[in-house]
Design a binder for this molecule. Structure first.
Ligand code: PG9
Length: 626
């Protein structure tokens, strides 16, 4: 009996569970004014796409606003708020406008990302092409999703819109190809349109190696969770010691990724890139869905796409009522955040909030609400920096098609009169061992915490204007306002002692040294348009050719869209340099077939000479409004 008693009192407490945590917490209903449903929507090939649908409680006859994304639909609709307005805060959209209108919000993982099935392609080619011989693409997936939504969401009025920023802004463009009849409106914001000409991957052939961590993260695993690991505090050091972009990619394991292999195999603007450029693709499609194209004048990721799509589609819009353009003084996607300032530059008001309530909200309402309320949205709504006011316009650009030359002159001068006389040059040495940094160092990895990457396009260019390898040309102080509205075009005549070279040209507003209204901006050098051109593509973007050493040659390329007033007392400045590191990989300055795989011996110093007088004097053709 004693043994039985001992056994009973020392027996392990298996029968009784003292753990206070439930084996699995049952979902709670914390959507006080919304219902969040998760569905796996089948596409035409059977692949299921993970889709979150948020319906405001009591909704009926409501429009649907959809975003398709590679950036985690569950994460973007994380239940950390009990209110509909709160849960929309993380999404890639204007949560305030969407919540106030009471649209049904749909966010879907694209094929192959996060919780959706199927394969992933970074720059997803259209179905039936060499890059994508399957029968599905983002156009068919959008179609199939809309078809399912209008049949399965009883609270909806059958009117669907699509919007999103960047990658999620490229997808509203794909939606325009063979659109579903229920697609009533598309709002591509900061869309990635042409990854070679001027959006994420290259600018005019110069590779943006600062995007390599993104490629690794996005493509290595479905949950986009692979970190880019370095051993330096400053990316400048990391990329400099790493050598070519190809060598750095190899060290980081990028060669395992299909998109990296494609990028490194297609450094030129061959049909891989030109066939997927969304501006040309859409130019060949009928215009069926009203589209509001949204861009940022200082978009550090996709500055090319929005005005390029507008340029391609506008000629088809004969009644001027299908294709709308809006550009604000914003970094990439700032239109859905606070738009009062960008870096040090203040705009005198919250430009993003104004735009959301005066342009986006009425535009969406007109096409998504059942009663289609009238709207007063101009075909073009552009922010004019300098004067800091919105303009409502019929067409863009407002400058005449023929630009006004602004000449680079001897002695660092800049002016609207040619110098004439004999050809003379302004010279510098470009050294790939000490490239011009694109920002004040240390340069943090693009998306690292603490990185101010978003605002780099408005950085004060005084940071580099004293360098001996940066040429600077400046006008006298202006006596009248000088307005540019459109695309400035670089017309550089220059030679290099190498056989390949990059040319970076910046159009800058120099603030007065005494600037009582805003002392932080005294003497500030604010770039209003700048870009890079890889010299090997001088004759043909599709075919790299060596540059004849020491021969003055012409380089012609467009800068990004600007809408700016240089105020009296300000000066106009142009800067020229040959590297922009480490955002852009270094040009070795020796011609090699593929710069991704340049060898250490190929990186050589070069003497650069820019022609500043004579018949071939360099100039910027300004979109001057007289
Ligand atoms: N700029 C990012 C991106 C777009 C498209 C392709 C790759 C990257 C983005 O913000 O989504």
């Amino acid at each position: 009996a004693l043994a039985a008693l001992v056994a009973a009192t020392t027996a392990p407490a298996t029968a009784q569970n003292y753990d206070e945590r439930p084996a699995k917490m049952a979902p709670r209903d914390v959507g006080y004014d919304y219902v969040r449903k998760v569905v796996e929507i089948p596409m035409r090939d059977g692949v299921k796409l993970h889709t979150v649908i948020i319906v405001p409680k009591g909704a009926k006859d409501a429009g649907i606003l959809m975003t398709r994304t590679p950036y985690d639909a569950d994460g973007q609709t994380k239940v950390d708020s009990g209110t509909y307005a709160g849960i929309l805060e993380h999404g890639d959209g204007a949560g305030d406008v969407i919540a106030a209108a009471g649209y049904i919000r749909v966010i879907q993982d694209v094929r192959g990302m996060h919780a959706s099935e199927g394969i992933y392609m970074m720059n997803p080619a259209r179905a039936g092409t060499a890059q994508n011989p399957t029968k599905t693409d983002d156009s068919t997936d959008t179609y199939d999703t809309i078809d399912w939504l209008v049949k399965h969401v009883p609270e909806s009025n059958g009117r669907v819109g699509i919007s999103g920023i960047s990658y999620d802004g490229f997808l509203p463009l794909m939606a325009l190809i063979n659109p579903h009849p229920a697609l009533k409106v598309s709002v591509p914001m900061n869309p990635m349109v042409d990854g070679w000409r001027g959006d994420d991957w290259f600018h005019n052939g110069a590779f943006r190696e600062g995007m390599m961590p993104y490629i690794l993260g996005q493509e290595a695993t479905k949950d986009a969770g692979t970190p880019w690991i370095t051993d330096t505090a400053d990316d400048y050091d990391y990329y400099l010691k790493g050598g070519s972009a190809g060598a750095i990619g190899k060290a980081q394991g990028l060669e395992q990724l299909g998109f990296w292999r494609k990028i490194t195999q297609h450094p030129a603007y061959d049909s891989f890139w030109s066939s997927q450029a969304m501006d040309t693709v859409l130019a060949g499609q009928p215009l069926k869905v009203p589209t509001l194209i949204v861009g940022g004048l200082w978009d550090q990721e996709d500055i090319y796409g929005a005005p390029a799509v507008y340029r391609a589609l506008e000629p088809k819009d004969t009644a001027n009522d299908m294709v709308y353009l809006s550009m604000g003084p914003w970094y990439h996607g700032q239109e859905v955040r606070d738009g009062s300032a960008l870096g040090a530059v203040k705009w005198d008001a919250d430009t993003a909030k104004w735009w959301r309530w005066h342009v986006l909200a009425p535009f969406l309402a007109h096409y998504l609400k059942s009663d289609q309320p009238a709207m007063d949205v101009a075909p073009v709504t552009m922010f004019q920096s300098g004067r800091n006011e919105w303009q409502k316009l019929d067409k863009w650009p407002t400058a005449p098609a023929a630009g006004t030359p602004l000449y680079l002159k001897p002695g660092g001068a800049l002016g609207f009169q040619t110098t004439g006389g004999a050809a003379t040059t302004a010279d510098y040495i470009s050294d790939p061992a000490a490239p011009v940094s694109y920002r004040v160092r240390p340069t943090l990895p693009t998306y690292a915490s603490g990185s101010t990457w978003k605002q780099w396009l408005v950085d004060d260019q005084r940071a580099v204007s004293g360098r001996p390898d940066v040429l600077t040309f400046t006008t006298d102080a202006l006596t009248t306002p000088t307005t540019v509205a459109g695309v400035p075009e670089v017309n550089l005549t220059a030679s290099t002692s190498g056989t390949d070279s990059d040319w970076v040209v910046k159009l800058i507003d120099v603030y007065p040294d005494v600037n009582p209204g805003d002392k932080a901006m005294a003497g500030y050098q604010l770039s209003v348009a700048m870009d890079i051109f890889r010299g090997r593509y001088r004759e043909d973007l599709a075919v790299a050719k060596p540059i004849a050493a020491n021969v003055p040659l012409k380089y012609k390329f467009a800068l990004p869209t600007t809408n700016h007033v240089f105020l009296p007392g300000h000066k106009i400045m142009v800067q020229v340099q040959s590297s922009w590191f480490p955002l852009y990989d270094r040009n070795p300055q020796t011609f090699v077939p593929n710069i991704f795989f340049a060898q250490p011996k190929d990186y050589v110093r070069a003497t650069q000479k820019v022609t500043v007088s004579g018949a071939d004097e360099s100039f910027i053709s300004l979109p001057l409004v007289r």
